[in-house]
Each structure stands twice: as C-alpha cells, then as structure tokens.
Ligand binder design. Sequence first.
Ligand code: PGA
Length: 256
Amino acid sequence: MRRPIIAGNWKMNTCRETGVALVAALKAEVPAPSDSVEVVVCPPYPYLGLIAAEAAGSGVEVGGQNAWYETSGAFTGEVSCEMLQDVGCQWVVLGHSERRQINGESDELINTKVRKALSVGLKVILCVGELLDDREGNRTEVVLETQMTGGLVDVSAEQMASVVIAYEPVWAIGTGKVASDEQAEDAHRFLRGWLESRFDGNVAAATRILYGGSVKPDNASGLLGQPNVDGALVGGASLKPELFIPIIRAGETSVS
Ligand code: PGA
C-alpha cells in the first residue's frame, strides 16, 4: 500500500501571519502523523523555520520549494539542503516547472540537487511534466522519459525510498485547466512502468506518484481515485484551509 501524500506548494505566497494561520488550521485537522495520509507544506524560505516550529509534533511535515547542491560557501541567494534540515524540513521540492522555465534549471542541475538532498537525508519531491506543445505534438512520454532519466542519474533503488515523483503537466499549473482523470492515470502508469524498467518492480510498486496542476476539492476525488495516482501537489488551493482540507480528506479515502 502506498500512503497518499497531499503536499501544498505555497510558492511565493503568504506572510508570517497568514502562513502561521494556515498551518494552525492544518494542524487542527491532522494533529498527529496519520497512517492514511501524509501532509506536507512548502512555504517560502523566510518562513520555513517558523512554520516547521508551529507544525512540530503534528501530522504536518514541512519542505523547501528548492535548494542548492553545495553545503555552504559563495552562492549568493542560495539555500543549502543542510540549512533546510537545520530549520526543521524533512522534504524538498526539486525540478518544479517554474524553476525549469523561469530559472532555466536543466535536468543535470536538478539531478545534482536530487543527489545532494538524498545524501543528507532529505526526502525529495521530483517534479516532471510536459508543456502544452509537447502534449499536442504527442511528445508527452518522450519528455517524461527525458526528465526522469536526467533527474535520477546515479540514484539507487534504495534511495528511491526517499523519492516521490510529481507529475505536473505544465499546461495545467495555475491555469484552472486540469488533466482529465484518464490523462493523469495514463501519465502515471507510464511513469510507473519507467520506474520498473529503470529500477525494478519493487521500486515501481512502492514509489508514490503525485498529480499536480489545478487540483481543487471538486476534482480531487476523481484524480486521487485513479490506481496510479498516489496524492497531489497543490498550488493555489493549498493557500486556503477550506480548499486544502477537503483535498487532504480526498487523499485519505483514496488508498490504492
Ligand atoms: P496549481 O499549482 O495547483 O496552482 O495549479 C500546482 C503546482 O505548481 O505545484
């Protein structure tokens, strides 16, 4: 059984006050770690320590939205994996499409970060996904294959226990255009097959693959009910407890 994960990517949103209020509402909902759903929030860097302290002991875990691959040094503006851990993060999101597109992150750079994060004991949510052009040109699987191959260079089957994949079709992120249940399931099935051929059947069966892109309370059950969809990475709807909590509940009842 793969325990569903509902992860909130706050992106460059919230402030001290709204972030604390948000995590307080989630904590009330998941006061202790739960066997039926894992809840993760990824606030902006300045609030990570504060939010991690607020969430401590509850069922809400905390992750960074990005990280750098060196431990310390002359990397102005960057934050290391060790720093994320130091302020209470268990997770880091890597390869988000906004990092790939706006910041020009390559699969090679993302892979360096993935290996670093795993080496220090952070759990990784590795994002992959095709552009609208790719989907319309029937290149979805080629893109996913390239991003998975590039992102997971030199990652071992054992390390995959700390890796979660997030399938996020770029055309569905922040657009309100969600992938259909069938489109999501097709991509997730493809990704699981890729995991089987790159690693083995055990890794394929155990790795959680999240869907991301305009997940809302009204489409969450359909998406999360797909056999190969093991959770959600949620942007906009993770900023409002009244939207995020029903998605957590949909995750809880979706165990496949
Ligand atoms: P969205 O963002 O839910 O606002 O579409 C998802 C994401 O970028 O992870």
